[in-house]
Structure formats: structure tokens, C-alpha cells
Design a protein around this ligand. Structure first.
Ligand code: C2O
Ligand code: CU
Length: 500
């Protein structure tokens, strides 16, 4: 338009009558393109009207500038359309059907367990300087260390964790990632508790009855908080440890991977369990070289009939955990994360880059899905879009075209069997994470899951993928349901599951 406009103006008069329709066509095409890129799916009346308003206004202005003849009635109605469209499209008036987020209603508090704690910990959050692989960097740390202390327990323990905040201005909470605690212990500020401010404390108490590999992290300003170091490992073992059983949390601090903890040498034949934990916001690729291994558990839940894998890599989503088990061979083994050795017992071939990647949906022994019908079904379309509901417009990460806090909560009843269909319409991976529940994977891209039942709390929905997952609503409360790329979660991709 910028190029043709002036030329058309200079052209003989009879071209002007052609120019206005031409310009209109151009504006309409650009408007449609903008709606597609900025707003995305699903189309909403608001965005449509906004686009119409823009096209009408631009056409009227162009017609004026070109001096084309037009009737008053036409410009008046154009003005009316534009104003109405602007008002509804920007959300200055609430468009019908655009349900505002419901106020958080906590309902009766979940019964806090009264049992005498058997494991007590204190975590004090504070700013700190920590050694990140030979370089001192500014961090936010629990008890002065990144990661924070490893909390370990045996199934049946009653955990009591006192959180103190010394000087973290953004506030701190503890969220037990993947641990299906009672709602009031879930650590989501503004939803299950208030953030713990400098000088304050909060005591968490829950029964450790889920065995497996988990982690804890702050959920207050979670993107920056976790990135700066406010996280640690939570491991609940079914009984005494036999062999070597170690956690390998992977984290990037100040742009650099933190060194992995030292792992002791083990004599050949001893069982080894490596509990891999991805505490970053993006997927990592892990390759265990020098031995066959099995994936014994994902997200804390044992797999059914895992078979030995050789020269195969695994992809762990943000927030996810894989337990790899093997018997220590007499020859060296090494674990590579994104091609970098984080643990090794000697020289091992580093050519792991070309290894195939395990698809957990086809690994292990299948078992029937425990439900045949679903009481509630929800579809979540993940995309990007312009969020005009705030003072400053933002290019948000959206669910069904809306951004937090404007995404309507999903309401379920206790006992419902709930199915989510998650569609990634964007260009980037979204590691999905529902609090308080593990979900059973039913299908991906229309293909039913064919391996061991997968009960996950964190799974990567890649661009273009469609996942179907289900769970039984058995843990009442108000639960965050969000992308675990925490920058995305902060930029709109958070909603809530609420029990009625
Ligand atoms: Cu690991 Cu809501 O988070
Ligand atoms: Cu995301």
C-alpha cells in the first residue's frame, strides 16, 4: 500500500475508483494475516471485529485521502462498526461468552494431617553466591546451595518441611512437583497459600505415600525463581537402598549447566539406579553409554515390563524424571546430557549423537485403560496470541485463545473421570504439567499408547501434536494446570482445575 498509494494518487482521476476497492482488498488480506499470526485459534468474535474495524477505518481514511466520493451514511455506519468493534474486540466491554476467570474459592480446607512428623527439614531461601562449575554466580538458594538439600524419605513417612524466606523479595513457596499432596500443601501462591515474604515462614506437612523421584521448587515468580536456583530433589524410596541409588538433577544456572554431583565407583554386578531430573524449562537429551539399561520409572511411577535398551537416548521434558536402572558392568559407563558427559566411570565412546530416541508410548508391556467412558472432556489448544486485556498488550502464550488469568477454569466433581485433549498449534514445545494428579496417556496424534501405562505429570506436546490423557478427579481443590516452560506459564499459559 505504501508503494502503490502515492502512485495511484498521481494517476489520472478514473483510477481512483479502482484504487479504493484495491486498497480495501489489501487491508482485508493484511487484517486476516494479522489475526492468524497474532490471535490464532480459536477465532473469536472480538478479534474478528477488531480486524473488521481496522480494515473499515483504513479504507475510509484511504478513500478520504484519495478524494473518492462516498455517501455520509456509508461513513457514519463505518464509524459505528469501527467503534463497536474496537470496544468489544479489546475487551473494554466483556463480550458474551468470554467467561471471566472465576474467583478462587478454596472450599473447606483439606484435613491437615495431624500425625507426628517422622522426617523434618528446614529450607531457608536467600540470595547467595554459588560456584557454578568454577565461576561464582549470583543465585537464589535454599540453605545456601543450588540445588537445595535433597529431601529423602521412605514410603509412609510424615514429612514436615519448614520454609523460611530470608531476603527473596519476590516471595517463595514450595511446590512438590509430581507429588500429589493435599491441595493446601501444593505451594501455589494466590491459589493455595500466600507467598512467603522475607522474614516469614510456612510449614508444609504431608504423608510420603508415593514412592519415586520428584522435585520441589518455588512457585512464586516461578520462572525466575527456579532459574535462579530455588529447587531441590525429593526422593521417596520404598525401603532400604540396595546398590547405588543416586539422583542426577540437571539445571542451567546463569546460562551454564551445573556440574553433576560426584558419583562413587561401583563394583561390577551391583544394581545402579540413576534418577534423572530435568529442572530446566526446556527438554534435555540423555544418553547412557557403556551399558544396557531399562527405564524403570517415569515421573515417579514404575513402568510395566520395561525391556533393556542399548545405544538409545531418552528425552526428558521440563520438570520430568526418568529412573534408569542397570547392573554395573566391569567396563566404564558414562551419562551424557545434550552431548556433554555429566557422569562417567572411565573412557567411553562419545558418539551418542546419532542414537535413536526412546518413544515411551511404545515401551514396556501394555495394560487396558481402566476407564471406558469419561465424565468430563476438555480441549486445550496451545498457541500464541495478542492479549489485549491488560494495560500493556502482550504477545501471550495462550490456551484456547486466552491468557492467564482470563482462561476459564476447568470444573470437575470428585470422582469424575476426566479427559484432556491437548493440541499444540504453536511452533514450540509445551511441556504440560497438571498439579495434584498423574494423568494416563491415552493417545498421541490419534495413535493409542501401545506400551506400559504411562502415568505422567510432565509431558512434551510438540508442535502440531495432539495428546489425549485422562485421570480420575480424586484430589479435591484448586490446581494449577500449566506449561512447565515457566516463561510460557508466566506469559499466559496457566489455567486451573477446580473441584465443584
Ligand atoms: Cu513444577 Cu506448577 O510446577
Ligand atoms: Cu509452553
Amino acid at each position: 500500500m505504501g508503494v502503490t498509494g502515492p502512485r495511484l494518487l498521481r494517476a489520472p482521476g478514473d483510477i481512483r475508483s479502482v484504487a479504493v476497492p484495491l486498497l480495501f482488498a489489501g487491508y482485508a488480506t493484511s487484517g486476516a494475516l494479522l489475526v492468524t499470526v497474532l490471535h490464532g485459534y480459536p477465532a473469536s468474535a472480538g478479534a474478528g471485529l477488531l480486524a473488521v474495524a481496522g480494515v473499515v477505518a483504513a479504507t475510509v481514511i484511504s478513500a478520504r485521502a484519495l478524494g473518492a466520493r462516498q455517501s455520509r451514511a456509508v461513513s457514519r455506519s463505518a464509524l459505528v462498526v469501527a467503534v463497536v468493534a474496537l470496544l468489544t474486540g479489546t475487551g473494554l466491554t466483556v463480550a458474551p461468552g468470554a467467561a471471566p476467570a472465576e474467583p478462587h474459592d478454596h472450599g473447606p480446607p483439606a484435613a491437615r494431617i495431624a500425625d507426628e512428623p517422622s522426617r523434618r527439614f528446614t529450607l531457608t531461601a536467600a540470595t547467595a553466591t554459588v560456584d557454578a562449575g568454577g565461576r561464582n554466580v549470583a543465585a537464589w538458594a535454599f540453605n545456601g546451595q543450588v540445588p537445595g538439600p535433597e529431601l529423602s524419605a521412605t514410603v509412609g513417612d510424615v514429612m514436615e518441611v519448614t520454609l523460611r524466606n530470608r531476603d527473596i523479595g519476590r516471595g517463595v513457596t514450595l511446590h512438590w512437583h509430581g507429588y500429589d499432596v493435599p491441595n493446601d500443601q501444593d505451594g501455589v501462591p494466590g491459589v493455595t497459600q500466600a507467598a512467603v515474604r522475607p522474614g516469614q515462614e510456612f510449614v508444609y506437612r504431608f504423608r510420603a505415600d508415593q514412592p519415586g523421584t520428584y522435585w520441589y521448587h518455588t512457585h512464586s515468580a516461578s520462572d525466575v525463581g527456579v532459574r535462579m536456583g530455588l529447587y531441590g530433589v525429593l526422593v521417596v524410596r520404598p525401603g532400604p537402598v540396595t546398590g547405588l541409588d543416586v539422583t542426577v538433577p540437571v539445571h542451567t544456572l546463569a546460562g551454564r549447566p551445573l556440574p553433576a554431583p560426584k558419583v562413587e565407583q561401583v563394583e561390577a554386578g551391583r544394581p545402579v539406579r540413576l534418577r534423572l531430573i530435568n529442572t530446566d524449562s526446556t527438554t534435555h537429551r540423555y544418553a547412557l553409554a557403556g551399558t544396557a539399561y531399562r527405564v524403570a520409572a517415569i515421573d515417579g511411577v514404575d513402568l510395566r515390563g520395561p525391556t533393556p535398551l542399548v545405544d538409545t537416548a531418552v528425552l526428558i521434558p521440563a520438570g520430568g524424571r526418568y529412573d534408569l536402572v542397570f547392573d554395573a558392568p566391569a567396563t566404564p559407563v558414562a551419562l551424557f546430557v545434550d552431548g556433554r558427559a555429566v557422569y562417567s566411570t572411565g573412557p567411553v565412546s562419545t558418539a551418542t549423537g546419532a542414537w535413536p530416541v526412546l518413544d515411551p508410548l511404545g515401551y514396556g508391556t501394555t495394560a487396558p485403560v481402566p476407564w471406558s467412558r469419561f465424565d468430563k472432556t476438555f480441549t486445550l489448544v496451545l498457541d500464541r496470541g495478542l492479549d489485549l486485556r491488560r494495560l500493556v498488550p502482550r504477545y501471550a502464550h495462550t490456551v484456547n485463545g486466552a491468557a492467564d488469568p482470563d482462561i476459564p477454569p476447568q470444573v470437575v466433581r470428585l470422582g469424575d473421570v476426566v479427559r484432556f485433549t491437548i493440541v499444540n498449534r504453536s511452533q514450540i514445545v509445551h511441556p504440560w504439567h497438571l498439579h495434584g494428579h498423574h494423568v494416563l496417556v491415552l493417545a498421541r496424534d490419534g495413535e493409542p499408547a501401545a506400551g506400559s501405562p504411562l502415568w505422567l505429570d510432565s509431558f512434551d506436546v510438540r508442535p502440531g501434536e495432539v495428546w489425549k490423557v485422562a485421570f480420575r478427579a480424586d484430589n479435591p481443590g484448586m490446581w494449577a494446570n500449566h506449561c512447565h516452560n515457566l516463561a510460557h506459564a508466566d506469559a499466559g499459559m496457566t489455567l486451573h482445575l477446580r473441584y465443584s
